[in-house]
Write a protein that binds this ligand. Sequence first.
Ligand SMILES: Nc1nc2c(ncn2[C@@H]2O[C@H](COP(=O)(O)OP(=O)(O)OP(=O)(O)O)[C@@H](O)[C@H]2O)c(=O)[nH]1
Length: 637
Amino acid sequence: MPAAPLPPDELARLSVLDDLHLLDTPSEPVFDRVTRLACRLLDVPMALFSLVDADRQWFKSRVGLDAEETPREYAFCAHAIGMSTPLVVNDALLDARFSDNPLVNGPPNIRFYAGVPIRTSAGLAIGTLCALDTRPRVLTEDEAQVLGDLAAILTKEVHYRERIGVARDHLQRSTEVLGASEARFRTIFEIASIGIALVAPDGGWISVNKALCDIVGYTEDELWGRTFQQITHPDDVGADVGLLQSMGRGEIDEYQLEKRYIRKDGAAVWINLNVSPKRDAAGAVEYYVTVVKDIDAQKRAQQEIAALNAGLERRVDERTAELQQAAERQRMAEQELRVREAELRSVIENANDAYISLDEAGAITAWNRQAEETFGWSRAEALGQMLEELIIPLEYRERHRDGMQRFLSTGVARAVDQRLELPALRRDGTGLTVEVRIRALDINGRTMFSAFLHDITDRKQEQAQREYESRHDVLTGLLNRRALQESVPLAQARASRNGKTVGMLFIDLDGFKAVNDSQGHEAGDILLGVIAERLRAGVRKTDSVYRLAGDEFTVLLEDMADTFDDAHTVAEKLIASISEPVELPGRAVRVRASIGIALDAASQGRPAEELLKEADQYMYRAKKAGRGRVCSAKYPC
Ligand SMILES: Nc1nc2c(ncn2[C@@H]2O[C@H](COP(=O)(O)OP(=O)(O)OP(=O)(O)O)[C@@H](O)[C@H]2O)c(=O)[nH]1
């Protein structure tokens, strides 16, 4: 008995057979009606809706047969499904394929078989509708037609079952997916770390998860009695409701918003809100799915950062402004400094004083125009030279060096910050006196000396002249009365040291007026000059001669023994000298003199005026006594 060959699409065929869920299922009227009709219309005792499984044939519907299934190897249908046309076996005993088939040779003793394959919508033959008889017979054309029509009914039902199966599979998968999705949603809803809620269109809370409760500080029960508007910060309600209304009108599909809830404890908490609608089949919003993320820490951090940034920027702005102001002040100061420097240079350059500056070593670093004029060295020649070699007299150079060194090591020196009069040298070697003011400056840790020097040579000479004139008689060049008053105490001091005596001669010419009157005043002047010279010549160098006024003279005798006799001797000698003829223009004249003497005996230190008065009195006595003589306390005339 040759086995039926397996169809080329056997695996797909078995798979679709399995998917149809017909195998091993209870009988169904829709199939049984067809097999019953087949029996009646074809007048056969057996009709089957046979399904060819992997190793059996199973009868979904059977008429006239007790067995539910038979092995595939015996199955006529196994042959029929491999054919493109119905399989008709008129007498199985005569067909080599079935003649030894147990179903032919034994119950149900099949002799006749007519089977039409039942194919799926994809053309896969899952089984047959077959009519069987225990007698050989021939299938007429009409019978074949009827069998084909009945098979078409089964085929249609199978196709219908296919669609049902596909739909069921889809449904099952959808259900599974939905179930999984629902489970996932539930899980996420409950354990999510972000808040999730279902919110009614009026804003009431339908369902909230724990995370949302934690964010707002209300329990689920407490939230049910409230709307989202009630726990939203008043400033943020408008934006949220506005967006919700836009979404309700279908203008937007979903929205995100950063806003604040007011927690149960009254504190505001920043959240990020994501709202999307759940619509019914008609498109109306059933509820809103709201996802709430707590961004309070993030927001506060942002605010703190913003505040910090604002503070930082403000400080940067302030600092920048300060720096700009400082820079402006510095620019102004530098400008001022430049102006002042220019002024200073101009002042120094045009100063009437010589300006010289020195470095620590004493080398010249500045030398103005007046310095050039005063000392004769040009600026180019002077700069870099040692000051001492240029203008300081040889004998003062060591003092200058010592002074600088002392100042550098101790900060003190006689010459610094003083107004001094010092000798100096010009380029031509001539000397001059300069008034010097020296300043020491600390410039970046190094000492710089600057000095103004003024040539006071003329002034000194004028001063000397004034001093001379104040102590001398202009006409004769002798010392005057003032000089006498200054000289007496000094002479007394010297005499006291030496154990000597000071004597004073008061000399008044005799007959001078007559010369004046006869020869004229100029002649009188000449006479006075000659007499003065004779008096000077007539005394020792240590003695001094004074003209008091008119024809009155005084001689201060120093280094004398304490006797009137010595003074008389000098006085007599002077009278003799005075009495010598004096050559005047025109003719010679002769005058004499009367002299009074006073002694500061035993170095008493008598005042000059007192001595003068006494000498004057004795001179007066000499006049009275006849002129041309000497009188004193010892020789009163
Ligand atoms: N030429 C001249 N005459 C002077 C100067 N000072 C005073 N006399 C005059 O000197 C005279 C001094 O007078 P007296 O002392 O009386 O002259 P005397 O003729 O010497 O008289 P006795 O002193 O009394 O002996 C006056 O005529 C003054 O005018 C002077 O500087 N030059």
